[in-house]
Design a protein around this ligand. Sequence first.
Ligand code: PLP
Length: 408
Amino acid sequence: MKPVGPIPAGYESIGGELAIGGKRASELVAEAGRTPLFVYSRAHLDVRVAQLRAALPARVGINYAVKANPHLAVIGHLAGLVDGFDIASSGELGFCVAVGIDPARISFAGPGKRDDELEAAIATGVTLNCESEGEGRRAIAIGQRLGRAPRIAIRVNPSFELKGSGMKMGGGAKPFGVDADKVPDLARFLIGEGAEWRGLHIFTGSQALSTEAIIEAQANVLELAANLTDAIGHGCPKLNMGGGFGIPYFPGDEPLDLSRVGAALAERVGHLPASLASSELCLELGRYLVGEAGVYLCRVIDRKESHGVVYLVTDGGLHHQLAASGNFGTVVRRNYPSAIATRYEAEPIEEVNIVGCLCTPLDRLADNAFMPRAEIGDLVAVFCAGAYGASASPAAFLGHGPAAELLV
Ligand SMILES: *Cc1c(COP(=O)(O)O)cnc(C)c1O
């Protein structure tokens, strides 16, 4: 038997079924008209932002990294909760504009921005988090052609990284950001060419569950930002401190101690070096905001036995939930939190393999999981599906098409 990950707080059951936002899983499927279905919970988003606001110093704003979940209803709901939005393409800019977000609240990071993407950002007043000298030169040229000063911050490739990070995005040679020692010259060049200087962006990693590591990375970020700002000599209007806050996916994972992170940050922010004394500060969070707010529901299509092993074959799979299948940046496959949604309160009595409908052995949702007995027609729930699910999975693979999505 292999355990499944911890089910996030805040899910209840009604009539023996998993309920989200006060509605039973089967009702939600009826509302959406089909499975597979991603359900995102407004209440979870509200609670998560409220927890962050309570823990973080008031001076530190919260940005949402849209790539974690670009569903328009989710972005629209977060528009009323968070301070800023971080995008990584002009497509994501389009999503933000579609739900009425003011481009002045948006910053645009990401290597390989095309000229048309730079132009869209400059024309609408989005802040560019500049990833290279070449990109900076292109932005200046485009700004001159448009007659608009580009709003530019520099994304720094720091020499340190967020320890225990699920995905390393800082430290050593990287395609992301400008090496820290090259930042002052580039900043002065861009300012000299007429850019509106917006400050620094220092992203050190992702999916960290170590409270100590987050605290240490934040201290390093503030120190580096202060040193760079001194060297640049033009102040730092805004410092995007990155994020990297992880969520528990697997057995044994412990959540971050948000109050300790907040207290340590409050202490630092209370004693900022002079160069950052008037800087606007923010964190940028993706999965921490939305990951636990999403549940993926799929239906058991077949129940079969092979060499004594029970398989629950569902109409879902890795084409919607690549990460849960273990094929999105994981080394050892472990089980996401999952359950039989329509028998949420029933006693587990058997070991099953829950698989998807794709014709590949990679398509697994839960291995050797101990579950209540499920029959054809039952619904399976995979939790922690709010981030890097629908938009980070190969929906075209095998032609089943995308899942439905519903914000409740
Ligand atoms: C992906 C990304 C994020 C979001 O990461 P999470 O792990 O979802 O919080 C934030 N900032 C940048 C620059 C990113 O590339």
